[in-house]
Design a protein around this ligand. Structure first.
Ligand SMILES: Cc1cc2nc3c(=O)[nH]c(=O)nc-3n(C[C@H](O)[C@H](O)[C@H](O)COP(=O)(O)O)c2cc1C
Length: 192
């Protein structure tokens, strides 16, 4: 009899665990991407707020820590006025060696396994401040997942630069998240 009762409890526990797993998938996602528990950092640069919105969706879906990459000298709208050849953003994008300074640091980056790195596409590529960010840390053994927002160019032109700067890390396939719903972002995050 007692054995029967135990089996009954175990079955209930199993059913409860399965239901909880289905109802709260995000909780497992600091396992984010994958089966093991992984510590997730969502680092992003956003000049006008669009990439920030995408980063917040990733944070919600992954349970990770959000980190905003802030330029030491903030970008003004004149700096971003790409119709002007000589605006700051254009000058930086033309200069292979430009590494705009960042204000602040990620606290204890060592504890993160999986790092989403987000940015707007500027002239087909990652803004140079992303290279500053990636080159500021020892990323040996980390998994880097690039994401971006853009006016339509997509992420592909930025991957080479990200790979060059994220030395020792594994850079996996990234995605342009412009206009993606939370559900779609969540699905993508859970596939990582
Ligand atoms: C200097 C500059 C260059 C840009 N170049 C491109 C580009 O080459 N291709 C593209 O699709 N969008 C381009 N954009 C548009 C941004 O990628 C897009 O608006 C992005 O969502 C902005 O993100 P944010 O609000 O997080 O800064 C550019 C924007 C700026 C300011």
């Amino acid at each position: 009899m007692i054995r029967k009762k135990n089996i009954c409890w175990l079955s209930m526990l199993l059913v409860f665990t399965l239901i909880a797993g289905m109802a709260f998938p995000a909780a497992g996602v600091s396992a984010a991407a994958g089966s093991k528990k992984q510590k997730v950092l969502v680092a992003y640069f956003s000049a006008t707020g669009t990439t920030k919105g995408a980063a917040k969706k990733i944070k919600k879906a992954s349970g990770g820590t959000l980190y905003r990459i802030k330029a030491a000298e903030p970008y003004t709208s004149a700096d971003l006025g790409y119709d002007n050849d000589d605006c700051r953003a254009n000058r930086e994008q033309r200069d292979e060696n430009a590494r705009p300074e960042i204000k602040g640091k990620v606290k204890n980056i060592r504890k993160y396994d999986l790092i989403f790195v987000g940015y707007p596409i500027w002239w087909g590529k990652e803004p140079k401040i992303i290279r500053t960010f990636l080159e500021s840390y020892n990323l040996e053994g980390k998994i880097i997942v690039p994401f971006c927002t853009s006016g339509g160019s997509g992420i592909s032109g930025s991957i080479k630069g990200v790979k060059e700067s994220a030395k020792g890390a594994k850079v996996v396939k990234g995605k342009d998240l412009t206009d993606l719903s939370y559900k779609s972002v969540e699905k993508w995050v859970q596939s990582k």
